[in-house]
Design a protein around this ligand. Structure first.
Ligand code: NAP
Length: 378
C-alpha cells in the first residue's frame, strides 16, 4: 500500500466520461465531474432521462448508442451484484476506440476479474474505490481516501487525468492491489456494514438520554442502512475475505456472551464450558483450513452441512487419547515430504482451555475438532 501522487507532468485533459449505472453513487460522482468541466453521458437500467436532462447529461437507453458516443473513459458504477450481467449484456465489440474502463465498486478483485475477462485486450483497466459516498462526501472530498490499482494502463496521461478528478478535490490517493484492498475492506467496511445492519435489525433509535457511544451506534445504523441492501450483500458475496470476518464476529460475540455468563453465575457449568471450547476449536479449524490451503495446497473437505472436517492429506500413526478433561493427539504428519512428529494436547480444567499447538500441527488440530465431539455430553 502506498499513498501516492498520480499527477503527470502534462496538464490534465478534459474527459468525455460515459457512466454505466446512474444510481445514487453514479449521480453523486457525475455532479463533481460536471463541475470540473468534464463531459458526462449516462446509461442505466432505469430511465433516468429526466434527472439527466436537469444535469445537462445525455441519457442513453440503448447501450449501443452509448458505446458509440466516443467516450475517453467508461465509468462503471453499477451494483456489485449486477456487474457481470450488465457488462456481458453490452455490445463491447462495437467500441471504436481504445477506452479506459474504470470501476468504482466497493469490492475490487471481482470487478478486476470480470473486466479482464469481458473486455477486449486493447482496453485499459483502472480499478478504483472512492471510500466515501453521497453522505460522507456531501461537504467535499478533502482527505477522503481514494483507493486504486492500475490493472492495465497503457495511456498514462488519460489515466492520470482521470485520477486528477479526485486528487484535485483533495482526496487521499492510495495505490493498492485489489487483493490488499479486499482484505482490509473486509475488516473495516464489511464489518461496519454488518454491525450497522445488526443494529438496524434490533430497531435501535435515538433516545432522550443518549450517551456519546450510543449516538455513534445510531449514526452507524443510519449510515449503513442508507446504502442499498444490494451493496451490503455484494460486499459479502464478492469479497472472499468477508466470510472470515463474519465468522470472527460470530465467534467474538459467543466469547463475550460466555464471559458475561461466567461473570453472573458462580456455578461453573462444565458442559457449557466444553461447548465454548468446542466452538473455539471449530473457529480455529476454519482458519486452519484457509492456512492449510495456501501453505500446503492439500484439500480439506467438509462433510455436507455438519461441523466436522476431514483431512485428505493424511496423518499417519495418529493416536488419540480422549478423557473427560483431556484430548491428546500424537501423530506424524507429512509436510513437504518430511515427516514431522507432533503431539497436541488440549486440556480442559473447569472451563480453562490449555492448548499446545504449533504451526505444523494444523492437520492434527482438525482431528481434534472431530474427536472432541466424542466427549460425554457434547
Ligand atoms: P447500488 O445499489 O450498489 O447500485 C445501484 C446501481 O446499480 C444503479 O445504477 C442501478 O441501476 C444499478 N443496478 C442495480 N441492479 C441492477 C441490475 N440488475 N441490472 C442493471 N443495473 C442494476 O448503489 P450505489 O450506491 O449507487 O452504488 C453504485 C456502485 O458504487 C456500487 O458498486 C457500489 O459498491 C459503489 N460505491 C458506492 C458508494 C456509496 O457510498 N454508495 C461508495 C463507493 C462505491 P438503476 O439506477 O438504473 O436502477
Amino acid at each position: 500500500m502506498a499513498a501516492s501522487s498520480s499527477s503527470s507532468s502534462l496538464l490534465p485533459q478534459t474527459l468525455k466520461v460515459g457512466i454505466v449505472g446512474f444510481g445514487a453513487f453514479g449521480q453523486f460522482l457525475a455532479k463533481t465531474m460536471i463541475k470540473q468541466g468534464h463531459t458526462i453521458r449516462a446509461t442505466s437500467r432505469t430511465d433516468h432521462s429526466r434527472l439527466c436532462h436537469q444535469l445537462g447529461v445525455p441519457f442513453y437507453r440503448d447501450t449501443l448508442s452509448f458505446l458509440e458516443a466516443d467516450n475517453d473513459v467508461i465509468l462503471i458504477s453499477t451494483s456489485i451484484l449486477s456487474l457481470s450481467e450488465v457488462l456481458r449484456a453490452m455490445p463491447l465489440h462495437c467500441l471504436k476506440r481504445r477506452t479506459l474502463f474504470v470501476d468504482v465498486l466497493s469490492v475490487k478483485e471481482h470487478p478486476r476479474n470480470v473486466l479482464l475477462q469481458v473486455l477486449p485486450d486493447v482496453m485499459d483497466v483502472l480499478c478504483t474505490h472512492p471510500m466515501f459516498g453521497p453522505e460522507s462526501g456531501k461537504n467535499g472530498w478533502k482527505d477522503l481516501p481514494f483507493v486504486y490499482e492500475k490493472v492495465r494502463v497503457r495511456d498514462e496521461p488519460r489515466c492520470s487525468s482521470f485520477l486528477q478528478i479526485f486528487e484535485s478535490e483533495g482526496c487521499r490517493m492510495v495505490e493498492m492491489s485489489c487483493e490488499e484492498h479486499d482484505k482490509l475492506a473486509a475488516r473495516s467496511q464489511f464489518l461496519s456494514h454488518a454491525i450497522g445492519r445488526i443494529l438496524s435489525e434490533m430497531g435501535i433509535e435515538s433516545t432522550s438520554m443518549n450517551t456519546k457511544s450510543f449516538e455513534t451506534l445510531v449514526k452507524l445504523k443510519e449510515s449503513t442502512t442508507n446504502d442499498s441492501f444490494d451493496l451490503f450483500s455484494g460486499l459479502f458475496i464478492h469479497n472472499r475475505f468477508a466470510q472470515q470476518e463474519l465468522m470472527n464476529l460470530e465467534h467474538s460475540f459467543e466469547m463475550v456472551k460466555q464471559r458475561l455468563r461466567r461473570g453472573t453465575s458462580e456455578e461453573q457449568n462444565l458442559s457449557k464450558d466444553k461447548g465454548a471450547c468446542y466452538y473455539w476449536l471449530q473457529w480455529h479449524a476454519e482458519m486452519i483450513q484457509t492456512k492449510w490451503k495456501t501453505k500446503v495446497g492439500g484439500d480439506l473437505q467438509r462433510y455436507g452441512g455438519c461441523d466436522e472436517w476431514t483431512v485428505v492429506e493424511t496423518c499417519k500413526n495418529m493416536k488419540v487419547v480422549v478423557s473427560e478433561q483431556l484430548v491428546m493427539v500424537e501423530a506424524c504428519i507429512h509436510m513437504d515430504e518430511e515427516s514431522v512428529p507432533v503431539v497436541v494436547k488440549v486440556e480442559v480444567y473447569d472451563g480453562v482451555v490449555n492448548l499446545e499447538i504449533s504451526e505444523e500441527t494444523v492437520v492434527v488440530m482438525l482431528h481434534i475438532c472431530k474427536v472432541y465431539r466424542w466427549l460425554p455430553r457434547l
